[in-house]
Design a protein around this ligand. Structure first.
Ligand SMILES: Cc1cc2nc3c(=O)[nH]c(=O)nc-3n(C[C@H](O)[C@H](O)[C@H](O)COP(=O)(O)O)c2cc1C
Length: 220
C-alpha cells in the first residue's frame, strides 16, 4: 500500500531543497522511500487531471478505502487539528455499483445516506462546470471555518484548506490505483450545499472536491 505521509514528506523535502531552504529535522529521516513510492513519484509528472467522464460506474470498494484512510492521513499530518475538529467527507454518488444514487456521508461505520436523488436528477444542478456532473462520484471535503478561525485566525483557514487538499490528493491517488480517472475541483455550488447537505458555509464549510469516474475516451 502506498505510504501517503511518506510521499508528502518527500515532496516537501524536494521543494525545500529546490528553494535552498534548510530541511527541518522532522523531515530528514525520509531520504529513502519505498519502491512503491518511488514508482509513484516517477509517475506523477506524467499524470493528468481528467474532467470528462463516461457513463461507466465505479465500485463501492473505492469508498471503503477512503473511509478507512482519510481520517488516518489527517491525524498523521495534522494531529492537533484532526483531534480538535475532524473533517467530514461526503460522497455524491451517481453511479457507484450497488449504491442508490444520492449523497452519503462517509463515517467510520459506513455510508450514511443524506439525500436520495429524485428520478432523473443528477449532479447537473449542483456544480458550476457541467462536465463534472457526469462523474460517477464526487467526494466533498467539509470542515468548520468557525473552529479554524477561532483556533488560529487566518492561518487556521490555511491549515483547513491544506487538510482538504491532502484528503483529495489521497482520494485521487486511490482512484488512479483503482483504474479510475479524477480531477480536483471547487465542488458543489453554495445553493446545493445548503439545500442538499444543510451546510451553512461557516460552521460547516465545503473546502475542496474530487470528481471520479472513467475517462470519456477510455479505450477509444
Ligand atoms: C485547489 C484546486 C482547485 C481546483 N479547482 C478547479 C475547478 O474548480 N475547476 C477546474 O476545472 N479545475 C480545477 N482545478 C484544476 C484541476 O484539478 C487540474 O489540476 C488542472 O486542470 C490541471 O491539470 P493537471 O493536474 O493534469 O495538470 C483545481 C486545482 C486545485 C489544485
Amino acid at each position: 500500500m502506498l505510504n501517503d505521509v511518506e510521499i508528502v514528506v518527500k515532496l516537501r523535502v524536494e521543494a525545500r531543497e529546490r528553494a535552498g531552504e534548510p530541511i527541518r529535522e522532522a523531515y530528514s529521516g525520509v531520504e529513502q522511500v519505498s519502491p512503491q513510492t518511488s514508482m509513484l513519484l516517477e509517475a506523477l509528472p506524467a499524470r493528468s487531471a481528467v474532467k470528462y467522464y463516461s457513463a461507466e460506474s465505479i465500485q463501492p470498494a473505492f469508498l471503503d478505502q477512503l473511509r478507512g484512510e482519510l481520517k488516518k492521513i489527517d491525524e498523521a499530518l495534522w494531529p492537533h487539528e484532526a483531534n480538535a475538529q475532524a473533517l467530514r467527507y461526503f460522497i455524491a454518488a451517481s453511479r457507484v455499483d450497488g449504491l442508490e444514487s444520492g449523497i452519503y456521508e462517509l463515517t467510520p461505520n459506513g455510508s450514511k445516506l443524506i439525500a436520495i436523488f429524485a428520478p432523473g436528477e443528477g449532479l447537473g444542478s449542483m456544480v458550476l462546470q457541467p462536465e463534472f456532473a457526469d462523474a460517477a462520484a464526487i467526494l466533498l471535503t467539509v470542515g468548520s471555518l468557525r473552529s479554524a478561525l477561532e483556533s488560529r485566525g487566518a492561518h487556521g483557514h490555511r491549515i483547513l484548506l491544506s487538510r482538504a487538499g491532502a484528503a483529495c490528493e489521497y482520494a485521487w491517488l486511490t482512484a488512479i490505483a483503482a483504474g479510475y480517472s479524477a480531477s480536483i475541483f471547487a465542488g458543489f455550488l453554495p445553493s446545493a450545499l445548503r439545500f442538499k447537505l444543510g451546510l451553512d458555509g461557516f460552521e460547516a464549510s465545503q473546502l475542496l472536491a474530487l470528481a471520479v469516474g472513467h475517462a470519456l475516451n477510455e479505450g477509444a
